[in-house]
Design a protein around this ligand. Structure first.
Ligand code: KIV
Length: 295
């Protein structure tokens, strides 16, 4: 008889921060995608995605913003709650948006708490690797909230970074990032995203830390990968960064289906009788005056 699964077993259906950490130890690649709603979360869970990130990328993908800066805590909590209502087997990670955790430790603790209590997230993601961010990560972890770090390109700092530029391109910069990653690990982060860095930099970080690294635009050596779902599904025509592989063409699918609907409504072929409801013959006869109403 095989022994029952224990908490932290990578084979448990329901993913936890423990099972995610164990995946690195066992050399099993970790798969993460963003999602912002219940039906999509259910699909990701059904196919076995390990982690769902309710990213502040909801701002660019669904809310029509040009960056993640305008996204509020309420926005992410709203979408995270929708994801959690699908009860996916994936670990649910809520992304802490711009200025929702850097004002003070108290602010970070309160807002990260809300992400779990109201957003149904099981962990939070916090951008940055500076000493002050590491201190915040330590406090949040001390409060019992699992934290995923995020280094390399941190989109909430685009104005300071001068745009969406590749980070850690030199050996010196890579060394600084390795130090940041080690500090985040020491502060208790259970994993970290590495965004938009050369593969060599991501490899050096991944080898230096014992917690899983999840890459986006960071090459093949990370312990796992994350993509923004709607980028990899091909929702956007003009957004074609090198690191996104399009696995679908949802834009074409939507356009084709909507065009067909539009044509059928205009030419009267939709709705036909298979998509309509009917009265009994007697009732329709009375309605059209073919049967006399009872006295
Ligand atoms: O907001 C987001 O979707 C992210 C990923 C790109 C890692 O932070």
């Amino acid at each position: 008889m095989s022994s029952p699964p224990y908490d932290g077993d990578i084979d448990l259906a329901r993913k936890t921060t423990h099972s995610i950490r164990l995946m690195k130890k066992k050399g099993k690649k970790i798969v993460m995608l963003t999602a912002y709603d219940a039906p999509t979360a259910a699909i990701l869970s059904e196919v076995g995605v390990d982690m769902i990130l309710i990213g502040d990328s909801v701002g660019n993908t669904l809310l029509g913003y040009e960056s993640t800066i305008p996204v509020t805590l309420e926005d992410v909590i709203h979408h995270s709650a929708a994801v959690s209502r699908a009860r996916p087997d994936c670990l649910i990670v809520g992304d802490m948006p711009f200025m929702s955790y850097k004002v003070s430790t108290q602010q970070a603790l309160e807002n990260c708490g809300l992400m779990l209590q109201e957003g149904g997230a099981e962990a939070v993601k916090i951008e940055g690797g500076s000493d002050s961010v590491v201190d915040i990560v330590r406090s949040v972890v001390d409060a019992g909230i699992p934290v995923m770090g995020h280094i390399g390109l941190t989109p909430q700092s685009i104005y300071q970074l001068g745009g969406y530029r590749i980070q850690g391109r030199t050996a010196d910069m890579a060394e600084i990032m390795v130090k940041q990653a080690l500090h985040l690990e020491e502060a208790g982060a259970f994993s970290m995203v590495i965004e938009l860095v050369p593969s060599e930099t991501a490899k050096a970080i991944t080898e230096a830390v014992s917690i899983p690294t999840i890459g986006i635009g960071a090459g093949p050596y990370c312990d796992g990968q994350v993509l923004v779902l709607w980028d990899m599904l091909g929702l956007f025509e003009d957004f074609k960064p090198k690191f996104v592989k399009k696995y679908g063409n949802v834009r074409e699918l939507i356009k084709n289906a909507v065009t067909e609907y539009l044509n059928e409504v205009r030419d009267g072929t939709f709705p036909d009788e298979t998509h309509s409801f009917e009265m009994t013959e007697e009732e329709s006869g009375r309605l059209y005056g073919r049967i006399k109403p009872p006295d």
